[in-house]
Design a protein around this ligand. Sequence first.
Ligand code: FMN
Length: 346
Amino acid sequence: MFYDLIRPLLFSFDPETAHEAAIAALHWAGRLLSAARPPEASPVEIMGLRFPNRIGLAAGLDKNGEAIDGLARMGFGFLEIGTVTPRAQPGNPRPRLFRLPEARALINRMGFNNYGVNALVANVKAAKYKGILGINIGKNMGTPMARATEDYLAAFAEVYEVASYVAINVSSPNTKNLRQLQEASELDQLLARLKEAQSQLAEQHGRYVPLALKIAPDLDTVEISDIADALRRHLIDAVITTNTTLARDKVAGMPHSDEMGGLSGAPLLDASTAVTRQLAQELAGEVPVIAAGGVLDGADARAKIEAGASLVQVMSGLVFRGPGLVRECVRATAAMPEPESPSESG
Ligand SMILES: Cc1cc2nc3c(=O)[nH]c(=O)nc-3n(C[C@H](O)[C@H](O)[C@H](O)COP(=O)(O)O)c2cc1C
């Protein structure tokens, strides 16, 4: 309701200025108000973690972990911050974020603008939040693809002590060639090295931090099957479906539809849910699926769970619907049954 009133004001600014204002407001709300507890609506246990409800914040809204306590007040069952890279980097030149209001969609080509992993870890340590915190990691733009693994390993080691889980982002369309890490042989190598690092870090810190792989929606069914195999083989703890899309068919002809970058919001819903459904079927509970893409209301969130997801993340929907979206989705997914476990599905 309140958001309906202030939305025209926010939308009168360019999207990135509105975003910066929202992060600053959330930062101060979090500092000035007492710690928040998420609504406990049918908790879900996956990756060895207990999620108080099924609705989380997707990566990219709070890249540096500056607004954790403010975001926690919205009622999320978990937050994912980042993508963070080992070193600070400015990202692509502005403008790099566009609204397509008639489609309830965004196009972004931010390019992993962030203050670097050390700044993020310091922000996490300063936060009051005690809930589940995923940290999404990526590679610096200046790191050659041949050395990409080193960036993931460096970021993983730095965030390990403060993360509930770590998401490996190989699916942003805005870092040149990043998505090639989703191809079988490259993915195999990356996952093997990260799992090796995970064992060492678990021993060193006395705590196992799960790894989730975040993938693109722009994959064919064979590529998705190959990814399912890799997730199983490497005992990856979860998969996040999906990042933004390069497809533009649903927004053709609209202002900004030709901007380069990833499309998110309502037009992504069906394509993203299709990836969720295929992976959930193939993985049959062995690796849980976290769904993101086009959730604009409670019914969309339910559709993700019905497709086999254990948890749902939202991002663009917050821009168009405001913070009330979170509690609406929490309520809509609260009474839904757990996805089948492998033993139940045979
Ligand atoms: C402005 C913007 C920035 C994003 N940045 C990231 C990012 O840094 N890392 C990431 O994994 N996904 C990023 N995403 C993708 C979202 O996490 C999410 O996967 C995608 O937008 C689909 O969900 P939605 O339709 O609810 O927005 C970004 C999306 C937007 C709109």
